[in-house]
Design a binder for this molecule. Structure first.
Ligand code: PGA
Length: 260
């Protein structure tokens, strides 16, 4: 049984700590003590401590958007996993496409970060996904398969059970073009089969695989109802409390109907 998990990736938003606190407060109130769907917020690192203060006594988790693979040292502008934990984080997003494609982050670096996150007991959310060119060339499975194989190198089956994956087709991120539930389910099933081959059937059945890319309150229910989609990594719609709460409510309704 895999409980649904909805994570909000705020990216480089909002502009002030005051707005970050207000957004977190509104989401905290909306979620209350409801735990049927797990929720996490991933604000910019400078707002982590303020948002952590808001989330006290709430079941909502807190995540960083990135971390370095080293524990300390001369790495200007970087953050260690220990710093994220010290700021209240339970989760960390790794290998988001805006870092892979925008900043040249490699599978090898994602793998190093993943091992460092596991070592400090952060729950990693490892992102993979194909570009539009790759999709149109029919290479989605190949690209996602290679990213996973390299990003998960030397990870044990036991470790894998504690890693969250996120399939985020690059062409669907921030574009308003959501993958159809059929396309997303196809790739999620491909990922699950790959996990079965690489690890084992029990591990494949336990790993939570999120979908990300223009998830909104009005398309969330259809995506979350797919058998191999276990939640969503939400960008734009996580910046408006009512939209993010609408996605969580869609997940609660799917769960109530017997999903998972
Ligand atoms: P989006 O972003 O929901 O704005 O498409 C998703 C993500 O990049 O995680």
């Amino acid at each position: 049984m895999r409980p649904l998990f909805i994570a909000g990736n705020w990216k480089m938003n909002p502009g002030t700590a005051e707005d970050a606190v207000a957004l977190a407060e509104a989401i905290k109130v909306g979620v209350g003590q409801e735990t049927r769907v797990r929720v996490a917020l991933c604000p910019p690192s400078v707002f982590l401590q303020a948002v952590d203060g808001v989330l006290e006594n709430s079941p909502i988790g807190l995540g960083g958007q990135n971390m370095h693979w080293k524990t300390d040292g001369a790495y200007t502008g970087e953050l260690s996993g220990a710093m994220l934990v010290d700021s209240g984080c339970t989760h960390v997003i790794l290998g988001h496409s805006e870092r892979r494609h925008g900043l040249g982050e490699t599978d090898h670096q994602v793998n190093d970060k993943l091992k460092a996150a596991l070592a400090i007991q952060l729950i990693p959310i490892v992102c993979v996904g194909e570009t539009l060119v790759e999709r149109e060339a029919g290479k989605t499975d190949e690209v996602v398969g290679t990213q996973l194989e390299n990003s998960l190198a030397e990870i044990t089956a036991e470790q894998m059970c504690g890693i969250v994956l996120a399939y985020e087709p690059v062409w669907a991120i921030g574009t308003g073009k959501t993958a159809t539930p059929a396309h997303a389910q196809h790739v999620h099933l491909f990922i699950r089969n790959l996990l079965r081959e690489t690890f084992n059937a029990a591990t494949a059945a336990r790993v939570v695989v999120l979908y990300g890319g223009s998830v909104k309150p009005d398309n969330a229910a259809d995506l979350l109802a797919c058998p191999d989609i276990d939640g969503a990594l939400v960008g734009g719609a996580s910046l408006k409390a009512s939209d993010f709460l609408g996605i969580i409510q869609a997940g609660q309704a799917v769960t109530a109907k017997g999903k998972a």
